[in-house]
Write a protein that binds this ligand. Structure first.
Ligand SMILES: N[C@@H](CCC(=O)N[C@@H](CS)C(=O)NCC(=O)O)C(=O)O
Length: 217
């Protein structure tokens, strides 16, 4: 199955870790955003929203939005029911919490990172804005509260796809040079999850590549 991606992209890394957890092989299609490859007509035909990650499965079915892809990979490709159950629990309330954390990541945690840091690294070179910094730190504070007394972001005893999504985001915070130590639960969770998440090394390496943008300032 074709996977349009860039190693540095956090949402792409979340999908790669999920694919590893599920045991599915991705045919990697490097998509250089800086060279505008995502705006080429052939890519726009696949994904008019021109975002990576984008997946094209063996039947030609196309899907983008990393968290939608994570769910699809578990539901369609995970052959081991006990692994699928751990990654994406079927109990409606457990599953609802996984969804809540995934939507929190896309709408708050990573979104606020992007709002604060992207203008600084991608061209505009705006100085960090105090309001956007406060908002970003509020997001981290929320995550810290969710993790109070918990090993995993959706609670329970098992790593879920929400951990993989948020692991990709938090690794990006780290390479931005943001000091996570003040968020003791986030820090504790991060130190643990990066030792148990499948393909965590790929995530760390991709995040390191993303971190190079910060040195180009
Ligand atoms: N919420 C989306 C975000 C996807 C996204 O914005 N990806 C960036 C790279 S990290 C991208 O493709 N940007 C190019 C564009 O939007 O034109 C997801 O999780 O998949």
């Amino acid at each position: 199955m074709d996977f349009y991606y860039l190693p540095g992209s956090a949402p792409c890394r979340a999908v790669q870790m999920t694919a590893a957890a599920v045991g599915v092989e991705l045919n990697l299609k490097l998509t250089n955003l800086m060279a505008g490859e995502h705006m080429k007509p052939e890519f726009l035909k696949l994904n008019p929203q021109h975002t990576i990650p984008t997946l094209v499965d063996e039947t030609g079915f196309v899907l983008w939005e990393s968290r939608a892809i994570q769910i699809y990979l578990v539901e369609r490709y995970c052959k081991d029911a006990s692994i699928a159950e751990r990654l994406y629990p079927s109990d409606p309330r457990r599953r609802a919490i996984v969804h809540q954390r995934l939507f929190f990541d896309v709408a708050v945690l990573y979104q606020r990172f992007a709002e604060y840091y992207y203008p600084q690294i991608f061209g505009k070179k705006l100085p960090g804005d105090a309001d956007r910094l406060r908002s970003m730190e509020q997001g981290l504070g929320f995550l810290d509260a969710f993790l109070e007394g918990e090993r995993y972001v959706a609670g329970g005893d098992d790593l879920t796809i929400a951990d993989l999504s948020i692991l990709a985001s938090i690794a990006t915070y780290e390479v931005a040079g943001y000091d996570l130590c003040q968020y003791v639960n986030v820090y504790r969770w991060y130190e643990h999850v990066k030792t148990v998440a499948p393909a965590a090394d790929k995530n760390a390496e991709g995040a390191r590549v993303f971190g190079l943008y910060f040195n180009k300032k």
